[in-house]
Design a protein around this ligand. Structure first.
Ligand SMILES: Cc1cc2nc3c(=O)[nH]c(=O)nc-3n(C[C@H](O)[C@H](O)[C@H](O)COP(=O)(O)OP(=O)(O)OC[C@H]3O[C@@H](n4cnc5c(N)ncnc54)[C@H](O)[C@@H]3O)c2cc1C
Ligand code: FES
Length: 289
């Protein structure tokens, strides 16, 4: 169904980890059509600073209640303004936008999700849907590899364990779980032949997604990656969210995909990863941290 513009009421806002907020909004018309992996453009302030809406993935979709949730990290002025919202405030919202995750086939026995930092945001709704789709069949296993810089940045994961998901956490400083990058933990466990996936889903810093993409292409394991880019319009009009892609016929020629209308979910092979490092619209904070 087509995207809608709405005036969403803030129902709840909670700080769930360091600088990380979960915002619950009432928007019946968006909640009934939204899919995991899609996103909204959200007004973050009533004045003109910042002027542009900001993109946020669906963290939770509750169509029966007419509610959606986003999970966001405060990184600049817009997300700081958003963190000041209170229940009863209204925010202009446009969505649902972009494509969504494709759910696995019944034969995909082991499904792995890899989340880096705030990359857990779109994977939450995906996990809820995966568990309700696959749980009846006890032969399926779902693993979440979830990493952050430090324990304070991890959102609570007991809900995922309660859903029957096997959760493996890592932190860069070792304050919780494995010490190191989440991709290192994932590869360590896969090399021990414990969790070789039939399908991979991932969202996180670009450098993490690059490693996941490289692994999935080398191992011939299909993957669906949620990517980001700086966005002005979110609907394919400004062409500002372009990412380099391999040209279907000529590898010497540049080709582009647009995160808002071709994504944000991409297969690993759809992106020209080596050209991405030089991309001006790629948020540098995500490339190098
Ligand atoms: C499809 C999509 C879905 C997203 N979903 C989420 C989500 O669920 N939760 C969440 O917290 N964030 C999400 N983001 C990123 C979010 O849109 C940015 O963090 C936000 O726009 C920053 O706004 P700001 O005004 O606070 O920061 P700005 O003042 O605009 O920028 C502050 C810093 O953040 C960096 N930044 C700005 N935009 C992005 C971006 N898109 N990605 C990474 N870094 C950025 C800038 O380079 C700068 O260093 C998503 C982005 C896209 C494209
Ligand atoms: S954000 Fe404008 S074209 Fe994608």
């Amino acid at each position: 169904m087509a995207m809608v513009q709405d005036d969403a009421r803030v129902v709840d806002q909670q700080e769930v980890a360091e600088r990380t907020f979960r915002l619950r909004l009432r928007s019946e018309r968006i909640a009934v059509t939204a899919r995991a992996g899609q996103f909204v453009m959200l007004q973050v302030h009533h004045g003109t600073d910042p002027l542009l809406k900001r993109p946020f993935s669906f963290h939770r979709i509750m169509p029966e209640e007419g509610l959606i949730e986003i999970l966001y990290r405060v990184v600049g002025r817009g997300t700081w303004c958003l963190s000041q919202c209170s229940p009863g405030n209204h925010l202009k919202i446009v969505g649902p936008l972009g494509n969504g995750f494709t759910l696995p086939e019944k034969d995909d026995r082991t499904v792995v999700l890899i989340a880096g930092g705030i990359g857990i945001a779109p994977l939450h709704e995906l996990m809820v849907q995966l568990t309700s789709n696959l749980q009846a069949d006890k032969r399926h296993a779902i693993h979440l590899f979830y990493g952050a810089r430090t324990a304070a940045e991890l959102i609570p994961t007991h809900l995922y364990s309660r859903l029957g998901i096997m959760v493996h956490c890592s932190t860069d400083d070792g304050s919780s779980g494995y010490q190191g990058y989440v991709t290192q933990l994932f590869e360590l466990m896969v090399n021990q032949e414990r969790h070789r996936p039939a399908l991979l889903y991932a969202c996180g810093p670009l450098v993490m997604l690059y490693h996941v993409a490289r692994w999935s292409l080398a191992q011939n394991v299909p993957s669906q990656l949620s990517l980001e880019s700086l966005m002005a319009c979110g609907i394919g009009a400004c062409l500002g969210c372009a990412l380099p892609a391999p040209h279907p016929d000529d590898p010497m020629t540049d080709s582009y995909l647009h995160v808002c209308k071709d994504g944000p979910i991409f297969k690993a092979g759809s992106i020209a990863w080596t050209k991405l490092q030089r991309q001006p619209t790629t948020p540098q904070i995500y490339l190098y941290n």
